[in-house]
Design a protein around this ligand. Sequence first.
Ligand SMILES: Cc1cc2nc3c(=O)[nH]c(=O)nc-3n(C[C@H](O)[C@H](O)[C@H](O)COP(=O)(O)OP(=O)(O)OC[C@H]3O[C@@H](n4cnc5c(N)ncnc54)[C@H](O)[C@@H]3O)c2cc1C
Length: 433
Amino acid sequence: MNEFSQAAKPSPFGLWNETATPRPSFPELQEDFTAETAIVGGGFCGLSAALHLAESGTQPILLEAEEPGFGASGRNGGQVIAGLKLDPGEMIAKFGRERGEALHRFGAGTADLVFSLIERFQIQCEAHRDGWIQAAYAPKVLSAIERRAGELMARGENVELLDEAGMAKLTGTEFYPGGMLDRRSGMVQPFSYARGLARAAAASGAVLFGNSRVKRLVRENSHWRLETAKGSVTAKEVLLATNAYLGDLHPGLRTAMIPVASYQLATDPLPPELDRTILPSRLPVSDLMQLGVYFRRDDEGRFIIGGRGSFTERERPDLFDRIRHHARKLFPALRAIDFPIRWGGKLALTFDHLPRLVTLERGLHAAYGCNGRGVALQTLMGKLAAEQMRGVRHDDLPIASLPPARYPFYSLRLPAMILISNLRSLRRIFARD
Ligand SMILES: Cc1cc2nc3c(=O)[nH]c(=O)nc-3n(C[C@H](O)[C@H](O)[C@H](O)COP(=O)(O)OP(=O)(O)OC[C@H]3O[C@@H](n4cnc5c(N)ncnc54)[C@H](O)[C@@H]3O)c2cc1C
């Protein structure tokens, strides 16, 4: 069985493959090339890096193992969420006022970049920037959301608090005691956005190859040679933009992140009576839980819901069942509705919830660890990486100057993560009841 097979429609991208803009065609690498810069991985991060490097005048080469958007970028919930997982106050406590505020500003700007690229390159990707709702699943969690909203509003960010009635009006469910409406954020059809970025990068001068998995990274004096089955690229500055899909390419990077899966389910377009009651505002929603539940509608009226997948590569049908069950708890009217499409993908976590842009060795960079917020964040991380590859330093930005996260007891990560996650689920149950 495929890692994320689907009962009804056998595409690893699930719904997004059905509704995406046409697939751009990029050839397989079949020669030996030399370039100033090269990128491994064609997700939001790699594509944004390629685009920004091309715009700065170099001609980067991007090697993608399958096709642009094949990884998490073509499979996610499409929620374009401004900001990092940590609140401004938490970042200030960790890094001091100046660097903490710089990190907050970086996070706050992530969605701006996405929507400005969509506008500038006229990317057709069902883009909407009407907001995003962060929902509190229990009264106890509301105080964390209130604190977050307060800190953001004090910095002039376009967010507001929602009470129980406000949440019910926008979401159509009475499940939530409150939440935050973040007007900086929005949503896209993620696979179309990835394909649009790929077209924009190519049009700007980047050279993209598909079906070109990098099998080996070889240091050659001051350069790196990236070897694929049929060719190679030699470059001085290389970015590994493979995130949770890294595989065995770089063992040091592999143990610097925790890959986890997230699963999603989609209905067919809802019938008119439900169309008006299930998420009537059409705003995307995420629960305030790490890797919690998130849901949205698409332009054709489907209801799409995602949640935590397994910590292993194995598909877990019971987790799909759990997400479906939760959807019906939120919206009892969905009990009569089928969820014919299901899919999943892998994302990368770090224990401190912060992404990293690191230089692993001279000329070898990596940007990873978006902690489930990569649509906006990895687009900006790609731009940041492009600047670093051109020699621009970002010493003021902790995520670009922290060392790679290291998990020395990497082999214990699975039992540890499962334990943490189960404890969180228990806490959630007690917090709600
Ligand atoms: C189911 C799911 C739902 C999510 N929902 C959201 C959401 O709603 N909002 C949000 O902000 N974030 C969400 N995320 C997170 C977000 O999708 C990711 O953080 C983001 O897409 C990561 O982008 P990336 O470019 O870093 O990596 P990826 O998109 O994973 O791309 C990595 C690429 O590298 C390629 N690759 C790997 N190894 C090699 C190699 N050796 N040679 C060549 N190419 C290689 C892969 O084929 C892949 O295309 C979700 C993630 C998942 C899985």
